[in-house]
Design a protein around this ligand. Structure first.
Ligand code: BES
Ligand code: ZN
Ligand code: ZN
Length: 482
């Protein structure tokens, strides 16, 4: 989609449709809409769309009155959704270009970024393997702003970079597991890094053996596909050398459960078990362009969890890179096993702070549904930073408990800890397991099992991968202060 910003009076904006937000209780009288507003047909209720054709005196072919709800409740997150829904509404009518009118208080940076993000995210369809030519997507999107709002150029660029990174993540997640193996994921990361000037290194099985990553390798051994640990490095021109952010993402390209095999029903969705890793790769794509002051390194352990004849068995005991021994009670709790070694490696590589994202547990879906990412932290400052970034980006996250007493759930009679903690509090015990490998490094764990994938399309977003939490991670790096 082509992006533009224009500073002209609204009647001179040429587009297939000019999107104009209308608010509840504020009757829109322009564009010949007075009667519609009077009669209640245009009420301003959230996501109510009214398409006016050939409005008098307008260069645009149509005006789309877009219900924005109550003005007091409206913010950039609402605008993001509204524009996403408007673009999808127009796509349904094969309208190929649109502009959004940002007037008054809304001609501000965060609204301009959000409008563009909404448009790009709404325009994304996970349809690359459909061969028909009935694809509907928009070619051109314009931000119409008043004269003089110069900073909006940067805001529009920022919005574009963020949304493109998020869509890049969605492309990766949407790939089926036959096309997105650990090796292919590493290739995708390498290609992205080369394009945006980042360093990329991929550790193979042999290297991981040398490093003692037997927790990760235990998961990989059931598959014919070799594992890969992707490392992507961003170094700012002038770093102060004190802090270094590590982004660790679960990259299970398919999760059958292994020997503790999952039921067939719905198993096809387990191609999205690499969404945390894909989010880290996507975040690095934006970070390379926006250039935060802090060094950031992504670590993405990639494996396929399969029940092959070499697969690990329940009861196996593995030694992780940190030296801790783990009794593998359930081979389906594999995410924590690969993250344990990736986190140890991130610490060894000098990361002073870490965030991980993982489709880790079904239990987080039970706890929070599909609306909130489950957030766990071993450090209050780090927790507040991530929560603040998430709030600013409109990615909902909810803090969960991480108290020492839960550690009892992970007791093993035969090893330092078991990889599962029984039936209750499953998202918490998974986080407690990871905490053992964060050790004293300030760290936040994001369980995105309920939020990385949409089972049903929303008005503003297609069914399938959401690309969470790319924007939060990028903002965390951009706003970092030592
Ligand atoms: N990848 C799954 C978690 C998951 C579940 C992601 C649903 C997305 C949707 C993870 O590896 C897993 O299987 N977890 C088990 C843990 C259990 C064995 C302790 C789970 O949640 O059932
Ligand atoms: Zn699993
Ligand atoms: Zn998994």
């Amino acid at each position: 989609m082509q992006i533009a910003i224009e500073r002209k009076p609204l009647d001179q904006i040429a587009a297939g449709a000019l999107i104009v937000p209308v608010f509840e209780g504020r009757k829109e009288s322009r564009f010949g809409a007075a009667l519609l507003a009077e009669g209640g047909e245009v009420s301003g209720k959230p996501l109510e769309f009214t398409l006016l054709h050939h409005p008098a005196g307008m260069a645009a072919e149509r005006v789309l009155l877009a219900g924005a709800g109550k003005a007091e409740k409206f913010n950039s997150a609402e605008l993001r959704k509204l524009i996403g829904a408007a673009v999808r509404h127009l796509n349904g009518k094969s309208i190929k270009s649109a502009a959004v009118a940002l007037e008054g208080d809304y001609a501000a940076d965060d609204f301009a970024s959000a409008a563009l993000e909404g448009a790009l995210l709404g325009n994304f369809e996970p349809d690359r393997y459909k061969t028909g030519n009935d694809k509907k997507s928009m070619d051109q999107f314009t931000v119409a702003a008043p004269a003089g709002a110069d900073s909006l150029d940067d805001a529009v660029t920022r919005g574009r970079i963020l949304a493109e990174a998020q869509n890049f993540t969605r492309e990766l997640v949407n790939e089926p597991a036959n096309r997105m193996t650990p090796t292919r994921m590493a290739e995708a990361a390498r290609q992205m890094a080369a394009e945006f000037g980042l360093e990329c290194e991929v550790l193979d099985r042999e290297r991981m053996e040398q490093l003692g990553m037997f927790s990760l390798l235990g998961v990989a051994q059931g598959s014919a596909e070799p594992p890969a640990l992707i490392v992507i490095r961003y170094r700012p021109a002038a770093a102060n050398g004190k802090t270094h952010l590590g982004l660790v993402g679960k990259g299970v390209t398919f999760d059958t459960g292994g020997i503790s095999i999952k039921p067939a029903d719905g198993m096809e969705k387990m191609k999205y078990d690499m969404a945390g890793g894909a989010a880290m790769i996507g975040a690095m794509r934006a970070i390379a362009q926006l250039k935060p002051a802090i060094p950031v390194t992504a670590f993405v352990p990639c494996v396929e969890n399969m029940p092959g004849s070499r697969a690990q068995r329940p009861g196996d005991i593995v030694t992780a890179m940190s030296g801790k021994t783990i009794e593998v009670i359930n081979t389906d709790a594999e995410g924590r096993l690969i993250l344990a070694d990736a986190m140890a490696y991130a610490r060894q590589q000098g990361c002073t702070h870490m965030v991980d994202a993982a489709t880790l547990t079904g239990a987080i879906v039970v706890a929070l549904g599909h609306l909130n990412v489950g957030l766990f932290a071993n450090n209050d400052t780090m927790r507040d930073r991530v929560l603040g970034a998430a709030k600013a980006e409109g990615e909902r996250m909810w803090p969960m408990p991480l108290e020492d007493d839960y550690k009892d759930y992970l007791k093993s009679a035969f090893a330092d800890l078991a990889n599962v903690g029984g039936r209750w509090g499953g998202a918490i015990t998974a986080a407690i397991f990871l905490r053992e490998f964060a050790e004293n490094t300030p760290w936040v764990h994001l369980d995105i099992a309920g939020t990385a994938w949409l089972d049903d399309a929303k008005p503003f977003l297609a069914k399938g991968p959401t690309g969470l939490p790319v924007r939060t991670l990028v903002r965390l790096a951009m706003d970092w202060k030592d």
